[in-house]
Design a protein around this ligand. Structure first.
Ligand SMILES: [Cu+2]
Length: 292
């Protein structure tokens, strides 16, 4: 498969510099985020995606429903990815052919229309990310838009129909809307916590948790991200320690984070197709908050 496909839609037209530079440098503010008990103590079916520096190993035998997803980053590089559902009318042969021509985005690849999962995101190198997500049957494509890992397919079979799955108890509830985050006006607790993250907007959104230097304002940070995407400034400042990959409107997930105290920003880098794929962060989708 290939390393350049989907970059334009997935990261914005000006974001290529980020993949080439930011992720290859040692993060200044990165902190370990290693989940322990929490969601893992709940009785959900488990799926594990293992990722090294070259690609994904998707689980087999998965079925639809509410599952605990663990993403293990066995490599040496940070990991950011999303999962998008391949339309059923695209045959396996067509998909394979599309992957073999990396210079063109397939006609069916449309982030504004295809379901996007809201996966656990940004596991540190050697670490893992965990979240409870609702997954439907079908073929989910795992895409790393920054590091250029090979695309992979995760096939999910039809699940049993039964009683509705329970909701994990949440310590923090965050809403994603255009172009803001709700629920982060007050400090959130340090240490292991469960965040219920709901996309309440009309567009697809993501959440990246970014430690920031004390005193950084929202305007400062938007400026820094804008500079970084143009190859200016210090790209190593962008080193999220957890998050949720892009989710379609209406999607809710429960993500487990283990944050040390300090100033953070919630950032959405989901691209805006109607505005030359500019990341939402540059349209104001940045929220500075405190962990204490
Ligand atoms: Cu967004």
């Amino acid at each position: 498969m290939n390393r350049r496909l989907f970059l334009r839609q997935a990261t914005g037209a000006t974001a290529l510099a980020l993949g080439a530079t930011a992720l290859s440098r040692r993060p200044l503010f990165a902190q370990a985020a290693t989940a322990t008990a929490g969601l893992a103590s709940l009785d959900f079916p488990r799926v594990t995606i293992s990722v090294d520096d070259t690609g994904f190993t998707a689980p087999t035998g998965s079925t639809a429903g509410r599952v605990l997803m663990t993403v293990e980053n066995t490599g040496t590089q940070p990991l950011h990815f999303f999962a998008i559902r391949v339309p059923d009318e695209v045959s396996d042969a067509q998909f394979a052919a599309d992957m073999a021509t990396p210079e063109a985005e397939p006609a069916w690849f449309d982030m504004t229309k295809l379901p996007m999962l809201g996966n656990p995101d940004w596991p540190s190198p050697g670490g893992r990310a965990q979240g409870v997500i609702d997954v439907t049957a079908g073929r989910w494509m795992l895409v790393d838009p920054l590091g250029g890992r090979d695309v992979a397919l995760w096939t999910v079979g039809a699940g049993e129909t039964g009683a509705p799955a329970q909701e994990p108890a949440a310590d923090v509830e965050v809403g994603l809307i255009e172009m803001d985050f709700t629920g982060l006006d007050q400090p959130v607790p340090a240490g292991q916590s469960i965040w219920k993250i709901s996309n309440q907007g009309a567009l697809e959104h993501e959440l990246a948790l970014l430690p920031i230097p004390a005193g950084t304002s929202k305007e400062n940070l938007i400026q820094m991200i804008g500079d970084m995407l143009q190859g200016k400034g210090d790209p190593s400042m962008f080193a999220p320690v957890g998050g949720q990959g892009i989710a379609s409107k209406g999607v809710t997930s429960w993500q487990q984070f283990d944050l040390t105290a300090g100033p953070y920003a919630a950032v959405c880098m989901s691209p805006s197709p109607g505005d030359d794929f500019k990341p939402h962060a540059l349209m104001g989708m940045v929220k500075v908050f405190t962990v204490e």
